[in-house]
Design a protein around this ligand. Structure first.
Ligand SMILES: Nc1ncnc2c1ncn2[C@@H]1O[C@H](COP(=O)(O)OP(=O)(O)OP(=O)(O)O)[C@@H](O)[C@H]1O
Length: 487
């Protein structure tokens, strides 16, 4: 069973869903009978429709008045902002500009590794520079292509190559020209190179969250390593005729330690480091987007407070911008004309509560099991501190899957799933060494309460049987922790 991505289908859940939809159909029938009865008086119907319309308009008039926003787009997470709104990234901008400048002189730029914590401007900077290069190249009649993908939702090398094909096809308005499944990865690479050769003189691949492209097979070279190897040598092998460079973006400062020697020497990147922001920089980032709001709609203490909250959560500019927008939305929802400190505080509370628990509900069964096992270690550990070494988390994961008679993933996939959750702020990850010759492992730490997460997971009917086994789970956790620390 190992290696498959899905838990077994739960027949009783499916039956429940069938029953629910039958019930919904019956309700619809009843409503039609009702409506047929009432239609005896056509006049009444028109009257009530008019009333309904009036009251909707009244409601809209009441709440749709003055929004606190003037230009809400400016505080949307994916808006590409103008250069003059960028704060505190002069060194990184300078480095990326100098690395990519050769493109304009007809030379091949070096590959790059942009690394640093989440929300520190990696995508922003590489996006802002490549956007300018596209413009400058266009004016010279050079065709410069930017092929950008996020590897986080992608599981395999094959899917990654397909995603690249799709992205180029979309950029140039061509047919994808290759099916998603049923053909070899090699064929997808061929289509990718064909599209690039037909449309671009030079190209940069931007691979965001590259460290999450692990692949599925155990004891095999990780998918990111293979992809970096292929793409960075594609121009040496003449598969791509023009100039190629690859920019890999990651939160993992030790990323290069995990890539295969072959990939390391062909990728051989120039590094650009993105440190997290302090409260002053976050304040400046927000001030530069102040015009997202009406001039008189922000109380003075809003920006400092948003910046202070975001500085606490690892200086992440995305979180600062999300909270800024959230506070504005809350003021709008309540029909208030000013964003005040209380809107920021409440919005932050909502974000904290919602983020973890809502996210947990939407996870696939396998991700829920991975998270449950990891949270169980944090909750039941009798050792001081509640960080979870990944080898222990994986052993407990195996125990849980056995208990549930569910599929079992490889250790790499387990680690990938748990690492993914760090991008949502549920946990933080760090890489640890077991000392001389002992190898490396990941360590997971929960930012919130692991028990609340476990409780939410066992609400899933497929996993509820595991919920009643706390004592057993506690002894499994501590036996595994002891074994790990004695090694
Ligand atoms: N220096 C900055 N000045 C202005 N806005 C910024 C700055 N840095 C980041 N932002 C904004 O914060 C958000 C997140 O930035 P970005 O996506 O570039 O981060 P990242 O480092 O690529 O994050 P991740 O590792 O999570 O992908 C974006 O909306 C971006 O516009």
């Amino acid at each position: 069973m190992a290696g498959s991505d899905q838990g077994g289908t739960d027949q009783s859940t499916l039956r429940e869903e069938e029953t629910r939809s039958q019930a919904a159909e019956t309700e619809t029938d009843a409503a039609e009978v009702d409506a047929a009865g009432n239609s005896a008086s056509a006049r009444d119907e028109v009257d009530s429709a008019e009333n309904a319309q009036r009251s909707i308009r009244d409601m809209l008039d009441e709440e749709g008045g003055a929004s606190v926003f003037d230009n809400r787009d400016l505080v949307e997470p994916d808006t590409i902002i103008d250069e003059e709104r960028i704060v505190g990234r002069d060194d990184q901008l300078e480095s990326v500009v100098s690395f990519l400048k050769p493109t304009l002189q007809g030379n091949r730029p070096p590959n790059m590794l942009l690394y640093g914590p989440a929300g520190t401007g990696k995508s922003l900077i590489v996006g802002a520079v490549t956007e300018q290069i596209i413009e400058l190249c266009k004016s010279k009649g050079e065709r410069f292509g930017v092929v950008s993908i996020n590897c986080q939702p992608i599981n395999t090398l094959d899917q990654a190559v397909y995603e690249l094909v799709q992205t180029v096809a979309k950029n140039v308005g061509a047919e994808v020209g290759v099916p998603e499944t049923g053909v070899s990865t090699k064929r997808k690479y061929r289509r990718l190179y064909e599209l690039i050769n037909e449309n671009y003189d030079s190209v940069i691949f931007i691979l965001d969250e590259i460290d999450l492209l692990v692949g599925r097979r155990a004891n095999d070279e990780p998918a990111y390593s293979k992809l970096l190897y292929q793409l960075s040598r594609a121009s040496n092998t003449n598969e791509i005729e023009g100039r190629v460079s690859v920019a890999a973006l990651t939160n993992d400062p030790k990323f290069m330690e995990n890539i295969d020697g072959r990939a390391e020497s062909s990728f051989n990147p120039r590094d650009v480091y993105f440190p997290d922001y302090d409260a002053n920089q976050l304040r400046q980032i927000l001030k530069n987007r102040r015009d997202a709001f009406r001039p008189d709609a922000l109380e003075d203490d809003v920006i400092p407070l948003v910046a202070a909250f975001a500085a606490q959560s690892h200086g992440d500019a995305r979180k600062a911008i999300d909270l800024f927008r959230g506070a504005g939305d809350l003021a709008d929802e309540r029909g208030e004309e000013e964003v005040r400190e209380e809107h920021v505080r409440e919005s932050q509370e909502e974000i904290d509560k919602d983020r973890s628990l809502k996210l947990v509900e939407g996870l696939t069964t396998q991700k829920k099991i991975s998270l449950y096992a990891t949270a169980a270690v944090a909750r039941h550990s009798r050792r001081s501190g509640s960080s979870v070494p990944s080898p222990v988390g994986f052993k407990v994961y195996q125990w849980v899957t056995d208990e549930l008679d569910a599929d079992q993933m490889t250790r790499e996939t387990y680690v990938k799933y748990v690492k993914e959750l760090s991008t949502y702020g549920l946990i933080s990850t760090s890489r640890k060494s077991r000392g001389r010759g002992g190898g490396m492992y990941m360590e997971f730490t929960f930012t919130g309460d692991p028990t609340a997460i476990m409780d939410r997971i066992v609400e899933d009917t497929r996993l509820e049987t595991i919920g009643g086994q706390d004592e057993l789970l506690q002894s499994v956790v501590n036996a595994q922790l002891n074994e790990f620390h004695e090694k």
